[in-house]
Design a binder for this molecule. Structure first.
Ligand SMILES: CC(C)(COP(=O)(O)OP(=O)(O)OC[C@H]1O[C@@H](n2cnc3c(N)ncnc32)[C@H](O)[C@@H]1OP(=O)(O)O)[C@@H](O)C(=O)NCCC(=O)NCCSC(=O)CCCCCCCCCCCCCCC(=O)O
Ligand SMILES: Cc1cc2nc3c(=O)[nH]c(=O)nc-3n(C[C@H](O)[C@H](O)[C@H](O)COP(=O)(O)OP(=O)(O)OC[C@H]3O[C@@H](n4cnc5c(N)ncnc54)[C@H](O)[C@@H]3O)c2cc1C
Length: 674
């Protein structure tokens, strides 16, 4: 596969796909990056960070022991941290990145095949200092955290409780005599469990604990707690800390446990932006909304939507490129084996992945802008937009993580046996993304939070009160009756809102009927939760369809006709896919007819055929470098079989022709001497 100058050639099928692509790939890259300048900046950063020799591992990470893997991840995290500090700050300072901090996440994937043990430091420790500390506290902690003298994590979840924050058992009892809090873990179930980096890496953590003062409990509050000596790294007296053991993924994140035995911290280590303890132990509540201490979780839920969109784009890139290279079976007797991308079933598996990566990325950009507005409101003392934003970010986090995990697994299936290889990177991408469905709020629990908001919104609509933007559609669909059917993209989005409204209405009726039978509201709610989760999902799907369609139209207003055409094909494919997936709901809540369903299916199959010639161009437009993709199946040049063999030869089992187990066990067994 090399020409005589030693330059590696691109696989011929991939080269042909690229030659036949109908549009300029760079144009879509610019759209996805938010403009050509962002692409230029990203590429510059990638160019000077991804050349480092520390990227290459002689032995694949997956062949190392858990301890070696962790140590390698710490080594790389420190080098990555230094690189960020030295080179990127030189490049213009972190502030110049803005939403481009996503570029850092992208680059980080080239350094860590799994997770950096420092992810929680930058991902949650620093944001919580920014969101929960007073200005004075920030000036104490932020410089130390940013210069990595203090390395931290976020320890909220306990062995006994993750979802139910009010049920956390760790206590922080104020002692006015010494002006200290006494942290204590009264039970085994109160041990902190899961925090990333806690097991071996961090020296500080944010601990969420029940605050007691003057004999009263004031609920959960965050505290900054030093847990290890800065010089020796030994756990401090009164601290019991360790790592929780192997997991499905996240195996380099040293998730940990932590218990306190009457451990004392200074009063000022309580994060005091939203509530304070005065020296004499008086509790002062500053949070007028009541849930401002949940702020870091909301921030991460917003970040996670972008995170999973990017990971789905990686999986789609791997699977589509591989499907263009891989040939299998025959369509007609005697014909050459086709590229597996030519099977319509394969297109059905993969093109929805490309479209969903776009849908989630554009929705994430929109969510980020909405979030910035909410943050500005809060800075001006306005918290009215928080309930709606909590409902919106909760359902988008739940649906995006769940859809992405399912589709990444579909990408793996679509690569057959080779997709099962760790070197394809699909198992690691999946193990990372499937965790996002649970952490930062479980899927069902978050959809029920959204449902709570939707039911209230329905009641407001009934009472003729004004509704906030994302639920204003309820007024339109308030009256019973089926939504008219119209097979245009706009018509499908309207029908999706109609379905959501129909489901919310059905939930309201169920709850009310159950209450009429004498049940309490809580019991009636509980019995209706299957429908409530489905209603929240329908609402969220309508929002994603709406945002994706309108954002794609807006972004392509000035695009070339071919780019506009292919972007339109993808949005239409996405809307048809979901209309067909939820056809039962449409038959129940809209006027769609059987002929309309046939037409939807036919149009969907036509779209698969239209997108087919551009599939490789579309994944190339994600512009994910080989170092970041980290995949034998998905590299730009398509040298799939060569890479699979190269990686196989790196296996430690291939370092010697005969393994010692032959002499120890097999031979004695063969000779009847065991
Ligand atoms: C939502 C809950 C389940 C609520 O439970 P309850 O019903 O018990 O709540 P309450 O009674 O307390 O309150 C009800 C009331 O409050 C409203 N509410 C609830 N939450 C909020 C909120 N957040 N904002 C606003 N309002 C809120 C709710 O609507 C009700 O209102 P009404 O009464 O009016 O109806 C809650 O308890 C909960 O959230 N549980 C989930 C727990 C959770 O999420 N835990 C997270 C632990 S930390 C974690 O998991 C970390 C994971 C690892 C993270 C890795 C980060 C990677 C991400 C990438 C980031 C990249 C960073 C880049 C850095 C780099 O360069 O690398
Ligand atoms: C990889 C990973 C990393 C993590 N990192 C951190 C970290 O750094 N810091 C940290 O503090 N935590 C962390 N967590 C913990 C994470 O936040 C919790 O696991 C998550 O919030 C879910 O809580 P839980 O485990 O208690 O699940 P549970 O709440 O016990 O959920 C179990 C089941 O019960 C259901 N359920 C629970 N409550 C309800 C309800 N009210 N109604 C209906 N169904 C319900 C859920 O839907 C689920 O099916 C991490 C978790 C993972 C997997």
């Amino acid at each position: 596969m090399s020409d005589n100058k030693g330059v590696r050639r691109v696989n011929e099928d991939l080269a042909r796909e690229r030659a036949n692509c109908s549009f300029d790939v760079r144009e879509i890259t610019f759209l996805l990056d938010g403009g050509e300048n962002n692409t230029i900046t990203r590429k510059k950063i990638e160019d000077f960070t991804l050349t480092d020799e520390l990227l290459s591992d002689k032995v694949p990470d997956e062949c190392l022991s858990p301890k070696e893997k962790y140590e390698n991840a710490v080594r790389k995290s420190c080098l990555f941290g230094k690189l960020v500090k030295d080179k990127l700050l030189e490049f213009g300072g972190l502030e110049t990145f803005g939403p481009n901090s996503f570029v850092l996440r992208r680059i980080a994937d080239a350094f860590f095949k799994e997770i950096s043990p420092l992810l929680l430091h930058l991902g949650m420790f620093v944001p919580t200092i920014l969101g929960q500390c007073t200005a004075e506290q920030q000036s104490e902690w932020l410089p130390r955290a940013l210069s990595m003298q203090v390395i931290g994590t976020y320890a909220q979840t306990e062995l006994g409780h993750g979802t139910f924050i009010r049920g956390l058992e760790t206590t922080a009892t104020y002692d006015p005599e010494t002006e200290e809090f006494v942290l204590h873990s009264p039970t085994l179930s109160s041990f902190k469990w899961w925090a990333g980096g806690l097991g071996k890496t961090v020296n500080h953590c944010i601990v969420v604990a029940q605050l007691h003062t003057k004999g009263q409990c004031h609920g959960t509050h965050p505290f900054i707690v030093q847990i290890r000596d800065l010089e020796t790294h030994q756990p401090l007296p009164g601290i019991k800390v360790g790592e929780i053991g192997p997991k499905l993924g996240f195996n380099t994140a040293d998730n940990g446990f932590l218990g306190f035995d009457k451990y004392r911290i200074p009063r000022m280590n309580m994060m005091m932006k939203n509530a304070q303890i005065l020296k004499d132990g008086t509790y002062v509540k500053l949070d007028r909304h009541g849930k401002m201490t949940y702020g870091t979780m909301v921030f991460i839920r917003v970040m996670v939507v972008n995170e999973v969109a990017f990971n789905l784009a990686k999986a789609a890139t791997i699977a589509v490129r591989y499907s263009a290279v891989r040939r299998q079976s025959e369509k007609k007797p005697g014909e050459p084996e086709p590229q597996i991308l030519d099977y319509v079933t394969q297109q059905h598996k993969l093109f929805i992945c490309i479209a969903t990566a776009h849908a989630l990325q554009l929705t994430s950009d929109w969510l980020w802008r909405t979030f910035s507005g909410v943050v500005t409101d809060i800075k001006h003392g306005k918290t009215d937009s928080l309930p709606e934003f909590h409902a919106l970010s909760s359902c988008l986090k739940a649906i995006s993580t769940s859809d992405a995990a399912l589709l990444i697994e579909q990408c793996r299936h679509s690569c057959g046996g080779h997709g099962y290889m760790m070197s394809s990177n699909l198992p690691l991408i999946y193990s990372f993304v499937t965790a996002t469905r649970t952490y930062e709020g479980d899927y069902t629990v978050l959809l029920l939070q959204t449902a709570r908001f939707l039911i209230k919104a329905w009641e407001q609509a009934e009472a003729g009160k004004p509704l906030t933007p994302t639920v204003s559609y309820l007024t339109k669909y308030f009256k019973d009756g089926r939504v008219p059917w119209d097979s245009t993209s706009e018509g499908i989005v309207n029908a999706a809102y109609g379905v959501a409204a129909g489901k919310i209405s059905a939930c309201v009726k169920s709850i009310r009927n159950r209450v009429k039978t004498g049940l309490s509201y809580e019991d009636a709610w509980d019995l209706t939760t299957v429908q409530l989760v489905a209603a929240a999902e329908a609402h969220c799907r309508a929002v994603i369809c709406d945002v994706y369609r309108s954002e794609a139209v807006r972004l392509t207003e000035k695009s070339s006709p071919n780019v506009r055409a292919v972007m339109r094909q993808l949005t239409t494919l996405y809307l048809h896919y979901w209309a067909l997936e939820r056809i039962g709901d449409l038959l129940r809540y809209s006027a769609v007819s059987e002929e309309d369903v046939v037409a939807l299916q036919q149009k969907y199959e036509e779209l698969l055929a239209l997108i087919r010639p551009d599939a490789v161009g579309l994944v190339d437009a994600f512009d994910i470098r080989d170092e970041i993709l980290n995949s034998t199946l998905g590299a730009y040049d398509g040298r799939v079989y060569e890479r699979l063999m190269e990686e196989a030869l790196k296996s430690p089992l291939n370092a010697e022709p005969v393994n010692r187990s032959f002499h120890m066990y097999l031979k004695p067994l063969m000779q009847g001497k065991l």
